[in-house]
Design a protein around this ligand. Sequence first.
Ligand code: ZN
Length: 670
Amino acid sequence: MAKAKMTREEMVEKFNEFVDKFYKKELAKAANDGSPLVINFDVIDKFNADLSDMLVNNSNVFMEMSNEALGQMDIANSVKLRFQLNEPLNIRDLRSRHIGKFICIEGIVRRSSEIRPEIVETTWQCPDCGEIFPQPRKANFIAEPYQCPKCRNKNGLKQIDKKMIDTRWVTIDEPFELTEGDRPSQLNIFLTEDLVSPNGRRMTDPGNRIRISGALREMPKGKSMVKLDFYLDANHVEPTEIAWRQLEVTKEDEAKIKEFANDPLIYEKLVDSIAPSLYGMREIKESIILQMFGGVPRTLKDGTHFRGDIHLLLIGDPSSGKSQLMKLIPQIVPRGKYVSGKGVTGAGLTATVVKDEQFMGGWVLEAGALVLTNGGLLAIDEFEKMSQDDQIAMHEALEQGTISIAKASIVATLPAQTSVLAGGNPKFSRFDPYMPIAKQINIPDTLLTRFDLKFALRDVPDAEMDRKIVEHVLKAREHDFESTKPLIDPAFIRKYVAYAKKKYRPVLTAETGKTLRKFYINMRKRAEERGGMGGPIPITLRQFEALIRLSEASARIQLSNEIRKEDAQRAIRLMRFSLEQLGLDTKTGEIDIDRAEGAATTSSDRSKIRVVLDAIRELSEKSKEVPVAEIHKLAKKEGIESDDEVDEIIEKLKREGLLFEPSPNYVQRV
Ligand SMILES: [Zn+2]
């Protein structure tokens, strides 16, 4: 037999005693400044199990009882009570037996409605006896009173007042670490009063991660009266830490992280641990490692904000391994996600405002992938195929880490501090290294400049490379699985990154500042010598900021609060590699940023390469195998006198994988 339950009076008394014992100071403060009094479940539970049991299993009665108790206390103003639970349930585990229970749920806000007033109570007057009486709301209906409670008169009852509160509906997705597959479980949340104040509002805008305590209730699903859907009637909302910080790092982990960080080969080891099934791509993998660790976001005194997020762009041939790489990386990163620019529907990549009359009523703000991965990493494949709206919003997202939206009656700024790993396809089926990027990919220049590093992944036929790749694949398939097992376990990398991000904010030293500045100034100087004002600028301030971010990330890997010489050198080396891949003028050996970012066409050489390519194209129409002598003849007609020069270009095209030699003195297009 369960022990006898306390009477209601005893409960009220017990609750009074509880508040007096544990929350006296907080109560006085709440009564003074009008803030709610937040009571933690564990504190009640330790004090009296009957009280905590009542909160969980009979929350409606508990709320009435606790308010009654508060009413008896000697306080200046009425105080709103909020109860906070500590152990969240998984959305996917909610069942009908949870209905009516006070529970706690954690998730990321995907959608939120406008804030609108709702009537909670009406006040009526009887024309006969003059009695004024309240009529509380029942579920979603406010019915007219049946009769006057005093004289039983049923006619002419008049509504004279109504009590309203502000409300908002939001939909949350279960947290990334619980998501199985692409579709996370969702739950609708009903928020009222102080939970929709300006502060509460910001907390429940899409993209935020929150923990909500409240009573689980049911409502009809659609027009059916039989099928029900859950919603959580929120009582308390708190923001929870962003993804990276969520990860728990134990003392043992810490010791292991420090050991790894001290290893001079740690950079190589991390590179070897990223997508080991994909051969090569070392510079790209190294850049992705730096992207994971990230730079340090800074805000100057004048309010100028420098992002810490590092963005990378990979432009690649279809079979270059780009998409495989992009699918693997988000699996290592907390709150990582892979989407295709083409495949994203609904809220798209950024955010959108849609009409939702059926459920939320009116305009609804919905977060796109960039907002939902706030604090994490988003791999966006087929970047050039995203919608026009997304393209516009992407500028702000990449630079400021926010997405502002003003549409219909909704105005909001959503968080999007997301590192972007974008992938694009060349416009034509294959990469053409002699055409500026802008002509090969449909990404506006202004967007291209937001990427810290840009890479070209080419599927270049190369006998030596092919042999190595085949060997690598065979090794993995046949006898030695060890070779594709990551050197460092992804779960440990996550902890390592989380720890480094949380604890280290490296700064430039006088020496490393000088190194980066020197690289930057040299590049600019060369541009001036070449073109002066209006000439091509080899490096812009955005590249300089990128250099700093990359150096910061490099220092974090070895848990250094200082950017060391080797960090600056690593950043410069990767920047050079990136610029040379995409923008190096093949004739002069100089780097032309305008070309890397797709603005201008330069180089005398390029026109010669074009001539040779055109000649080959023309000759190919007659037969697949083109005699080199014929190319010489056609090139001469177009003004390239030297056969050696033509041979040099042919050699180059072979190296680039555009041509091969089917038999001596013949070439064929790939
Ligand atoms: Zn009456």
